[in-house]
Design a protein around this ligand. Structure first.
Ligand code: NAP
Length: 281
């Protein structure tokens, strides 16, 4: 079984991006800039943002975090986004989710210019992705996609099952696999026989949020299995896939932690650089 080492693949991707930033600096005499807006002091968001800033600096991006207290008015955030939309030195804008209840998440997402939407959540990017056009793609499914391609460069005709249909993970993952000519089944909480669906799959991507939902006897021999789940349990952090069982049948599997997680941040940096490159065209 191939253990898909997300940490290693992410480190390689960061190294490639670092090189690309050097080349862009030589060509354009400027580097891509990423601005993260962080509202409130929730511990997980603070940690994510710190890691994003550290990784952005590591690859040579210009990065900035703008912090607001959780009492900040929605209007202040929307005005700041407009200001950043018009700032030519900023290539990517990310508003760290979740937001305080009094701030309308969709309004915030739709205020970010689609060309600077490094999370790929703007309806314009969602539409472009589903139409097969160039777009920013949400970072976690993009990371999953890059890992799958490392194991199997030609996905044409493969049967893929995506477990979970969130806008963040399941839906964009489905679009990426479809673009690669996979035959994709997207499953969710009302799917009648999830085990039977999974047993058909050459590729399974599990993004559910239920510890060890996907069992060993749900997986076809030699399938590629990507575990997006991050679940805190009494036994520590576990994914949506029963790792010990599935590792006995799968061809390749991502661990939790150390699989999808590290790729998510590396893909945020990739998206920032891609936004910069598109803006120079
Ligand atoms: P979400 O928005 O809660 O969506 C979960 C999806 O799973 C929904 O579509 C839901 O179906 C489906 N589902 C629930 N119970 C199911 C069942 N018994 N069988 C089949 N499908 C079921 O979750 P998310 O934001 O996509 O996140 C999923 C997991 O990934 C979480 O553990 C999260 O922490 C993790 N995550 C990891 C990263 C990373 O960087 N590694 C990033 C983001 C999220 P319905 O639509 O029918 O309700």
């Amino acid at each position: 079984m191939i253990l898909i080492d997300g940490k290693k693949i992410a480190a390689e991707l960061r190294e490639e991006l670092k090189q690309e930033v050097v080349e862009l600096k030589t060509k354009y005499n400027k580097v891509p800039g990423l601005t993260v807006i962080l509202i409130g002091d929730m511990a997980p968001s603070q940690i994510y943002v710190r890691n994003k800033e550290k990784s952005a600096n590591e690859v040579g991006l210009k990065s900035e975090v703008i912090r607001y207290p959780d009492t900040v008015e929605e209007k202040t955030i929307l005005e700041k986004i407009e200001e950043l939309n018009n700032d030519e030195t900023i290539s990517g804008i990310l508003v760290q989710l979740p937001l305080p209840k009094h701030i309308d998440k969709q309004k915030v997402i739709e205020t970010i210019a689609p060309s600077k939407d490094v999370d790929g959540f703007h309806p314009m990017n969602v539409g472009n992705l589903s139409s097969g056009y160039e777009s920013s793609v949400p970072c976690t499914p993009l990371g999953c996609y890059l890992m799958i391609k490392k194991i199997e460069p030609n996905l044409s005709g493969k049967k893929a099952v995506v477990v979970g249909r969130s806008n963040l993970n399941g839906k964009p993952m489905t679009q990426l696999l479809l673009k690669e000519n996979c035959t994709v089944t997207i499953t969710h909480s009302r799917t009648k026989d999830l085990k039977a669906e999974c047993l058909e799959a050459d590729i399974i991507v599990a993004a559910v949020g239920i510890p060890e939902l996907v069992k060993g006897d749900w997986v076809k021999k030699d399938a590629i299995v990507i575990d997006v789940g991050i679940n805190k349990t009494e036994n520590g952090l576990v994914g949506d896939v029963a790792f010990d069982e599935v590792s006995k049948v799968a061809k390749a599997l991502t661990p939790v932690p150390g699989g999808v997680g590290p790729m998510t941040i590396a893909c945020l940096l990739k998206n920032t650089i891609d936004c910069f490159k598109r803006s120079q065209k």
